[in-house]
Design a protein around this ligand. Structure first.
Ligand code: PDD
Length: 294
């Protein structure tokens, strides 16, 4: 006699708002831990990505994952997952959190090893994914424009690698906060290159200028999307950094980044940019960027 098949109802998966994935396991973020012997903790020996989730869906995961691959390859850290596996892992993490609007960090370090500056890759890299609720910057910031300061660029020569070694960015952001500015713009050899946590673009005579891709900036996913939108709108673009005095004479300045999208800057070092409110090209790009995810 065949035993009767009983179908057990699947337990509904409990939502876990602030969610973490460490190596092979999901857990509430508050319970997530890595070893003190992790090279990320000891040396900042690792790479990261930050992705946005809009209405429960990851925004441009391929662009972020290809930058993660480039950063990891540049440091010789083997990524333990294929592109498809990363995508399903990230989607799973987002679904578990239940947040429709979220930010997702991926951090991959060279892993756990006895402390020695010279790296060995005997063990597996450490993989951490976290999902947190996203709190958008205030709408007033977009309506009025934000304030920025310029600061000397203290960073190394490989700013194209999205490394977790962020001390110059951290100290610079602190300085911006102390001076009541939203962002600090790095100036290297007299040229404005990018923000401490964003790319920067400026408009002069109807042309958008921004520093070219290369070792002096992080090639932002938002930067590339914004340049594509500008091209599609017939706006002229020059991927060229300007000297600080030239830059400060701009008609418009705006930042681009995953958490801020396209954000107008109205003052730099207390000096008004253009008419002091979001300029017309910035407004077009803010609008077009929104349309990418609504
Ligand atoms: N950083 N440049 C720097 C130095 C950055 O830190 C960031 C973003 C960007 C913009 O890149 P994207 O458009 O891909 O977000 C440019 C995020 C906010 C972070 O580190 O948390």
């Amino acid at each position: 006699m065949s035993s009767q098949l009983t179908v057990k109802p699947r337990p509904s998966r409990r939502k876990m708002p602030d969610t973490a994935f460490v190596n092979d396991m999901f857990m509430p973020l508050s319970e997530a831990q890595v070893s003190v012997e992790d090279r990320g903790f000891q040396f900042g020996d690792g790479v990261y990505e930050l992705l946005r989730v809009y209405c429960g869906a990851l925004f441009r995961p391929d662009e972020h994952l290809s930058r993660l691959e480039r950063s990891a390859t540049a440091l010789g850290i083997p990524l333990p997952h294929s592109r498809d596996h990363w995508k399903s892992l990230l989607s799973d993490a987002v679904a578990r959190s239940g947040y429709p609007e979220a930010k997702v960090y991926i951090q991959v370090t060279r892993g756990v090893a006895p402390r020695d500056h010279a790296p060995t890759q005997d063990g597996p890299p450490t993989v951490v994914v976290t999902v947190r609720a996203f709190a958008a910057p205030s709408p007033t910031l977009y309506q009025k424009g934000a304030e920025a300061i310029t600061v000397p660029d203290l960073r190394w020569g490989r700013c194209d690698i999205k490394s977790i070694c962020l001390l110059p960015n951290v100290l610079t952001k602190q300085r911006a906060r102390d001076e009541h500015a939203f962002e600090a713009l790095f100036v290297r050899d007299g040229y404005v290159v990018e923000g401490a946590t964003s790319n920067v673009m400026n408009v002069k005579g109807g042309t958008i200028f921004t520093a070219p891709e290369g070792p002096l900036i992080l090639s932002g996913v938002t930067r590339q999307l914004t340049l594509n939108l500008a091209r599609a709108a017939g706006i002229a673009i020059k991927e060229q950094a300007l000297t600080e005095p030239d830059f400060l004479e701009s008609d418009e300045v705006f930042l681009t980044g995953t958490t801020i999208e396209v954000l107008p800057i109205r003052r730099i070092n207390s000096r008004m940019i253009g008419k002091g409110s979001p300029g017309p090209l910035t407004a077009v790009l803010m609008e077009h960027f929104k349309a990418l995810h609504v």
